[in-house]
Design a protein around this ligand. Structure first.
Ligand SMILES: Nc1ncnc2c1ncn2[C@@H]1O[C@H](COP(=O)(O)OP(=O)(O)O)[C@@H](O)[C@H]1O
Ligand SMILES: Nc1ccn([C@@H]2O[C@H](COP(=O)(O)OP(=O)(O)O)[C@@H](O)[C@H]2O)c(=O)n1
Length: 225
C-alpha cells in the first residue's frame, strides 16, 4: 500500500563534521547547530567517556577486551560531571577508539541521534572522525576541518592552560601528533576525509572566519540563503 502524505516523513538534514584533534570542529559544529537550529552531538564525548570510565575503574585502555566490556554498558549519565577534556582522557579515548567492538557498541546511538532530531528541528550536526565515512555516509553536507598541527597545538594549549598553567606547548603538540597518527592509521574507521567532504583549512582563519567558510559550503550545498 502507498504511504499517505502524513506517513511520508521528511528526511532530516545531517551535517557531518570530521577532522583531527583541536582543529575547531566542535566550535564550528556548535555554531552551525545554533545558526541553523539543528541538534548537536559531539561524538568525541562518547569515546572520551569510555576512556574515562576505563581509567576510573582502574583498567588499561590498551586492553581491547576490557575496553569493549565498558563500551557495552556505557551511557552518558555514567560520566555526568566527569572531567573528560584532559590529555590523559584524550589518549585513553584514542586507544579504546581503535577497538572495533568499542566502535560497534557506540554506532547505533550515533545513528539514532543523527536521524531522529527532536520535534521542531530539521536535522542534526555530528562531529568526530568517521561521521562522513562510516556513521552517516549519506549525510547532507560533509565537512573536514583541518589546521596545521602547530596551530592546533597552540589552540589546545591555550584552552588547557586555563585549568593547568604548568602545561607545556611542546607536550601538547607531541600528544596531538601521536593521537592523530593513531586515529588515522587504525584499521577500524580511521580518521579521514570522505571523498565528497569539503575540506576547510582553518590555520589562518579565526573562529568567525572558519564559520563564514563553513556557512558558504552549507548554503551552497543545501540551496539556502
Ligand atoms: N579558527 C579558530 N581560531 C582560533 N581558535 C580556535 C579556532 N577554532 C577553534 N578554536 C579554539 O581552539 C580550541 C579547540 O577547538 P575545538 O572546537 O574544541 O576543537 P576540536 O573539537 O576539533 O577538538 C578551543 O579552545 C577553541 O575555542
Ligand atoms: N567519531 C569519533 C570521535 C572521536 N574518536 C576518538 O576519540 C578521541 C577524542 O575525540 P575528540 O573529538 O573529543 O578529540 P578532540 O579533537 O576534541 O581533541 C579521538 O582522538 C579519537 O581517537 C573517534 O575515534 N571517532
Amino acid at each position: 500500500m502507498d504511504a499517505t502524505p502524513e506517513e511520508i516523513v521528511k528526511k532530516p538534514i545531517v551535517i557531518a563534521v570530521d577532522g583531527p584533534a583541536a582543529s575547531g570542529k566542535g566550535t564550528v559544529s556548535r555554531r552551525i547547530a545554533h545558526f541553523y537550529d539543528l541538534e548537536y552531538l559531539d561524538t568525541g564525548r562518547l569515546y572520551r567517556g569510555v576512556g574515562w570510565l576505563v581509567l576510573a575503574r582502574g583498567l588499561d585502555p590498551r586492553n581491547a577486551e576490557e575496553a569493549a566490556k565498558v563500551a557495552e554498558i556505557f551511557t552518558l549519565d555514567l560520566i555526568d560531571g566527569a572531567d573528560i577534556r584532559t590529555p590523559e582522557v584524550g589518549r585513553a579515548a584514542s586507544h579504546v577508539a581503535s577497538v572495533p567492538a568499542v566502535r560497534a557498541a557506540l554506532l547505533q546511538f550515533q545513528r539514532d541521534f543523527a536521524f531522529n532530531p527532536p520535534a521542531g528541528r530539521a536535522g542534526t550536526v555530528l562531529d568526530g572522525r568517521d561521521i562522513g565515512t562510516v556513521i552517516c555516509p549519506d549525510a547532507t553536507v560533509k565537512l573536514f576541518i583541518d589546521a596545521s598541527a602547530e596551530e592546533r597545538a597552540k589552540r589546545r594549549w591555550k584552552e588547557l592552560s586555563l585549568q593547568d598553567p604548568s602545561i607545556v606547548l611542546e607536550s601538547v603538540l607531541d600528544d596531538i601528533k601521536r593521537r592523530d597518527r593513531r586515529d588515522a592509521s587504525r584499521e577500524a574507521a580511521p580518521m579521514k576525509a570522505a571523498q565528497d567532504a569539503h575540506l576547510i583549512d582553518t590555520t589562518d582563519l579565526d573562529i568567525d572566519g572558519a564559520f563564514a567558510a563553513v556557512r558558504r559550503v552549507i548554503d551552497r550545498a543545501t540551496g539556502g540563503a
